[in-house]
Design a protein around this ligand. Structure first.
Ligand code: TLP
Length: 344
């Protein structure tokens, strides 16, 4: 049976050319700073983000954690959205490992936190309070429908941060999806951020890895944090080579994933008992609800999967489908056919 797997863009496998680049990578010991391919990836990534330096890490989770550890001391506070991946899905790592105090603010449906919520949460200097140190944004915002945070919002948050002496970290697991969807160069979108982590292993198609970008001093601290977490890799150039290929070849094509997500959303919006607003789909993530007397959400996910369209139940009443490199426009037609069969 033909199976179209839309559970996540983390499912992408290296292309033949990417695998060749990995096999042929020039390597050295990266903990000694001697892996030429890792060094090249870090230089490229920093350039793309308009930052001084970068650090190759194992995963998005590690990218966020080393960033928070580099920005904050124990007992300091971060402001982040109630649906932030860093808050929701990362085991509370910054508190567990770094003693960092998370303060959540309501995420709006578009993935933002309001400026007044941010400003209102910043602590005055008082012996009772933790010190507010960092604002954490997520771009695109996974649980908020893959919504990209635009330049205007980034600039406005930058202004708040500057006025209060706070830093900004962006969980940019899908930062290039945001840049492509908004038609803004990544470096411009990242301009207000003190650090940005982005994933190579999602829509960009690499098998492993994320990169954290920021100032030289910040990256030195993040490098120390990576080491204590056991993330100092040795001949990591075999992985970094995939990242270099991804940055060169896989960014512009993200627009295809966005078009396929939109096509999927428009198709399922026509189906009986499915709730979705296709106008809210801007990148590669599609969430929808189900309101049917004859089947639960779990039933629907199972029936879709049994018929060749795999998706992920996420949170109460929602199913997620994510488009990526291995999903074609024809696959979307196939998936819509499966929907038709299952929901008739
Ligand atoms: N997200 C995964 C799951 O954990 C939900 C997915 O399939 O979407 N930030 C954001 C915004 C993410 O969506 C993810 C992964 C991460 C960080 C963590 O990246 P990894 O999985 O590489 O640690």
């Amino acid at each position: 049976m033909r199976v179209v797997d839309l559970r996540s863009d983390t499912l992408t496998r290296p292309t033949a050319e990417m695998s060749r680049a990995m096999a042929e990578a020039d390597v050295g010991d990266d903990v000694f700073g001697e892996d030429p391919t890792v060094n090249r990836l870090e230089e490229m990534a920093a350039g793309r983000m308009g930052k001084e330096a970068a650090l190759f890490v194992t995963s998005g989770t590690m990218g966020n954690l080393v960033s928070l550890l580099a920005h904050c001391a124990r007992g300091e506070e971060i402001l982040l959205g109630s649906f932030a991946h860093t808050f929701y899905f990362e085991q509370g790592g910054s508190a567990a490992v770094g003693g960092i105090h998370p303060r959540t603010l309501p995420n709006q449906p578009d993935g933002t936190m309001t400026l007044s919520d941010i400003e209102g949460a910043i602590r005055p200097d008082n012996v009772h309070f933790p010190r507010t140190r960092l604002i954490v944004l997520e771009n695109t915002h996974n649980l908020c429908g893959g919504h990209p945070l635009d330049l205007e919002y980034m600039t406005a948050v930058g202004d708040v941060a500057r006025r209060h002496g706070l830093k900004i970290h962006v969980d940019g697991a899908r930062f290039f999806n945001a840049a492509v969807a908004l038609g803004v160069p990544a470096a411009k979108l990242a301009a207000e951020a003190d650090s940005v982590s982005f994933c190579l292993s999602k829509g960009l198609g690499a098998p492993v890895g994320s990169v954290v970008c920021g100032s030289q001093d910040f990256i030195s601290e993040a490098r120390r944090a990576r080491k204590v977490l056991g993330g100092g890799m040795r001949q990591a150039g075999v992985l970094a080579a995939a990242g270099i290929f991804a940055l060169n070849e896989m960014v512009e094509r993200l627009a295809d994933d966005h078009a396929n997500a939109r096509k999927l959303a428009e198709g399922i919006a026509e189906m009986p008992g499915i709730s979705i607003d296709p106008d809210q789909i801007h990148t590669n993530i599609v969430y929808f609800g189900v309101d049917r007397k004859d089947m639960t959400l779990a039933d629907l996910v199972k029936r879709l999967g049994d018929n060749g369209a795999r998706m992920l139940p996420v949170g109460p009443g929602r199913i997620r489908a994510v488009t990526h490199y291995h999903i074609s426009s024809d696959d979307i037609d196939y998936v819509l056919g499966v929907f038709g069969k299952v929901l008739k």
